[in-house]
Design a protein around this ligand. Structure first.
Ligand code: PLP
Length: 407
């Protein structure tokens, strides 16, 4: 049983909380290291021409770092614009695309091909004999579906009940098979694992090292971006990063990478009050033993990308000593941030993508560090999705944002 203390009581009553991790040392105690991230980066480089040609954009699958001037004086606040990542418009473009490319490369090498990276489309026929299977609340399926179909793979996506209709339709249009489950995300993963045949490969969001490393590449890229902007991270002006968290792979991979490439970084995760699975897992040190439904929570949130009841144990164990803390947010608060970002900055995001703003607010109003350190620090709010959301749906979020801001 879970001991009923102050934090657990708040979680059980959907009350927003902030938790600071007593085990935060920033030390890497895992078997993985910077070499693993660099390997992932090198693979993405090999496929750069293929990605550019297939999806008609120039450069890397990378997002801008945007300064949000005047967001909250005197703090230096930036937005990491993964809501506008090329190819699939969410943070899942990082892990998902990498994981599929890695599988395709391993497969082709295993079949004896001397891969011509300038002409990847010639392998479509070969790859069409293989199937990629994934379980998703929406965005992972989208990311993996888009890249897999482009390479020629068959695709099967197991969607949890939270998945939005438009995401399923988009996948069907690409020729993917969408299997709709009435269950939550964890159950959709179990169903996905069960559905495999001889030539299918399951990308396991709860356990995939590839997904994790694909996400982690963001850290190396961010370090370069800060350098280009002449921003110097130091003990006196550390980096604070706020990352929306579902099962943990995306924010966990980035947290892992950032702790390896920066000396003074404080990574905070953000979760909905209805789905605080990573907080439950790290705080009780039981990882995936309990689901938020064991606390009596419903795991239903407008932040569909974060609607996960049970955290990844694989990720939790790696980031255990690398996460500075976690805070939770109600759905209503998310609508307000959507409204503010749209009306003041012309930036369009989905509900999951704005939750880091809440954790930023929580941290600056806390006694986490001396006031000067927080004021001199650089605060990066990681915006994780939105670019592909249809206008009519964005409009609904926004309407609700105006309503909630005025009531
Ligand atoms: C998936 C997702 C996240 C969180 O990533 P996890 O790997 O599930 O923790 C955050 N934001 C959006 C928009 C997502 O789709």
């Amino acid at each position: 049983m879970i001991k009923e203390d102050k934090i657990i009581k708040s979680l059980k009553s959907y009350e927003p909380v902030i938790w600071f991790n007593e085990d935060f040392t920033a030390k890497n105690e895992s078997e993985y290291g910077l070499e693993d991230i660099k390997k992932a980066e090198a693979l993405l480089d090999r496929f750069k021409v293929f990605l550019e040609d297939s999806f008609e954009f120039k450069g890397m699958v990378e997002s801008d770092l945007i300064e949000l001037k005047g967001y909250k004086e005197p703090y230096k606040v930036f937005l990491k614009a993964d809501h506008a990542l090329p190819i699939s418009g969410s943070i899942k473009a990082r892990g998902g695309i990498y994981a599929v490319l890695k599988y395709a490369e391993d497969l082709l090498l295993g079949l004896g091909y001397d891969i011509d990276y300038k002409n990847i489309s010639q392998y479509k026929d070969v790859l069409s004999n293989y199937e990629i299977v994934v379980s998703s609340t929406g965005n992972l399926g989208l990311s993996i579906g888009i890249i897999s179909r482009k390479l020629g793979f068959k695709v099967k996506v197991h969607m949890s009940h939270d998945a939005m209709e438009w995401k399923k339709n988009k996948l069907r249009m690409l020729g993917a098979t969408v299997i709709e489950h009435q269950s939550d995300y964890s159950q959709a993963v179990i169903e996905g694992r069960k559905s495999l045949s001889e030539n299918s490969y399951f990308i396991d969001d709860e356990n995939s090292v590839d997904l994790f490393m694909g996400y982690a590449v963001a850290a190396i890229r961010l370090k370069k971006q800060l350098k280009e902007m002449n921003i110097n991270i130091s003990k006196e002006s550390p980096l604070f990063v706020y990352l929306p968290c579902g099962v943990g792979g995306g924010p966990g991979g980035i947290t892992f990478g950032l702790n390896l490439v920066f000396d003074n970084v404080h990574c905070f995760l953000s979760e909905p009050t209805h789905s605080p699975c990573m907080l439950l897992g790290l705080y009780t040190k039981t990882h995936d033993k309990y689901s938020v439904t064991d606390l009596g929570l419903d795991n239903i949130t407008v932040a569909d990308g974060l609607a996960v009841g049970r955290a990844s144990k694989f990720v939790g164990k790696i980031i255990n000593s690398m996460v500075a803390g976690i805070s939770t947010s109600s759905d209503i608060t998310l609508y307000k941030y959507i409204k503010r970002m749209t009306s003041e900055y012309n930036i369009y995001q989905e509900p999951s993508a704005v939750i880091g703003f809440k954790t930023f607010d929580d941290v600056i109003h806390s006694e986490y560090k001396e006031e000067d350190i927080i004021k001199n620090g650089y605060h990066i709010i990681w915006s994780t999705g939105g670019n592909m959301v249809p206008d009519n749906i964005l409009h609904k979020y926004l309407e609700r944002g105006y309503y909630e801001s005025n009531n």
